[in-house]
Design a protein around this ligand. Structure first.
Ligand code: ADP
Ligand code: MG
Length: 387
């Protein structure tokens, strides 16, 4: 390892407010692999993406603020390259001594990174692979992407999985093989369409499925209730009716909200009332689950031996509508079972609410990646590491 140039694909895709990192969880999760490699004397070249600059250099997507935070968390210097595979990247990598760390600029500044064209992606991957002797895949949040840095580069260099990826996969295995029962999954968040695949697959595996957040209204509507101005995906109603039938057939306890906080409009300070989930007024929208639902969900979680939670129960970004998410998080913390939080916003909510991260068995860094794994899909980035 000493003296070898190791390209580490990390997931440093953190939320930014201007240049301020509002949640550094993913950077912290990347530290163990980078530290291990540097301690062994490798020249560590870290690459990652931030946001969606779509193949263009845009200052607001620069990884510069991330380099600063990474330096603090590693407690060692991080050389920052101002491009991905250009002059700066080559000079920065050439300048590394054994045990030193560099970070390349945002991978997605390069159109080749995300290209669907195998040749274009391959060209960029060749240039990226040229910066290193070995590859370590540790960007769990991106392993479901068929991108150059995730899928093509590991096929060009001797490769291994990093510590974060290994830990995340172990957790997901525990959620899919020989799962301890009762197995309860809690789903929330904004869109049903994001979670269709996982619902379809989990209905054959779970004992209970609790649905809250914005996606619950499509379920309530599918049962024939009016949901006012709440989030609704009309085009998913048939699918959702299918899920309701299937859950009944399989004896899965599919639990929907019984009451909601119905607000006059979508705002932090919007007036609201607690109403029955089956009687949401036409001029109101549900922004959080209500107090009876919080209790109901907590009771369904109390004896769980395994819990997977993805998606906030309400608009937790507004303090007034964060209570449902807090209640579910606290029920997971209270439970003695194996509890896993997946999803960028869910993990951010846990930290924003000031809840102890060690109250959960695992907080995943990957939303889409965890969901696709639980859907039973092959993840390109994991397949490439196994090959
Ligand atoms: P995750 O990133 O954890 O997978 P999602 O991205 O699916 O979660 O959903 C998170 C978003 O869902 C949050 O921004 C939250 O405000 C929104 N949300 C939750 N409940 C509601 C609701 N009732 N109405 C509108 N948006 C909601
Ligand atoms: Mg999200």
């Amino acid at each position: 390892m000493r003296g070898r140039r190791v390209l580490v694909r990390a997931d440093l895709n953190v939320p930014l407010d201007g240049e301020t990192i509002t949640d550094d969880g993913r950077i912290r999760a990347s530290v163990p692999t980078i530290t291990t490699l540097a301690d062994r004397g490798a020249k560590v070249v870290v690459c990652a993406h931030l946001g969606r600059p779509k193949g263009q250099v845009k200052a607001e997507f620069s990884l510069k603020p991330v380099a600063v935070r990474l330096r603090e968390l590693l407690g060692r210097d991080v050389a920052f390259a101002t491009d991905v595979v250009g002059d700066s990247a080559r000079a920065t990598v050439d300048g590394l001594q054994d045990g030193q760390v560099a970070l390349l600029e945002n991978l997605r500044y390069e159109p080749g990174e995300e290209s669907k064209d195998d040749a274009l992606r391959g060209d960029f991957a060749t240039r990226l692979a040229g910066l290193a002797d070995l590859y370590v895949g540790d960007g769990f949040g991106a392993v479901h992407r068929k991108h150059a840095s995730v899928y093509d580069v590991p096929r060009m260099l001797p490769h291994a999985a990093g510590r974060l990826v290994l830990a995340e996969v172990e957790v997901l295995k525990r959620l899919t093989e020989d799962t301890e029962r009762p197995y309860v999954v809690v789903l929330g968040g904004a869109k049903v369409s994001d979670k269709l695949g996982v619902i379809a697959n989990l209905l054959s595996k779970v004992d209970r499925l609790l649905v809250g957040g914005g996606m619950a209204y499509t379920f309530l509507k599918a049962q024939g209730h009016e949901v006012g101005g709440s989030l609704l995906q009309e085009d998913q109603l048939d699918q959702v009716r299918g899920f309701l039938d299937e859950a009944a057939k399989r004896g899965v306890d599919l639990v929907l909200p019984v009451d909601v906080l119905a607000a006059t409009h979508f705002a932090e300070d919007a007036p609201y009332d607690v109403v029955e989930a089956t009687a949401i007024p036409a001029d109101r929208e549900g922004l959080d689950i209500g107090p009876r639902t919080r209790e109901l969900f907590a009771s369904k979680l109390a004896d769980a031996r395994t819990v997977f939670w993805n998606g906030p129960m309400g608009v937790f970004e507004f303090d007034a509508f964060a209570g449902g998410t807090r209640a579910v998080a606290e029920a997971l913390i209270a439970s003695e079972g194996y509890s896993v939080v997946g999803g960028g916003d869910s993990a951010a909510a846990v930290r924003k609410l000031g809840l102890p991260e060690d109250g959960f068995s695992h907080i995943s860094t990957g939303g889409g990646a965890s969901l696709e794994y639980l859907e039973g899909k092959t993840l390109p980035g994991l397949a490439a590491l196994e090959g």
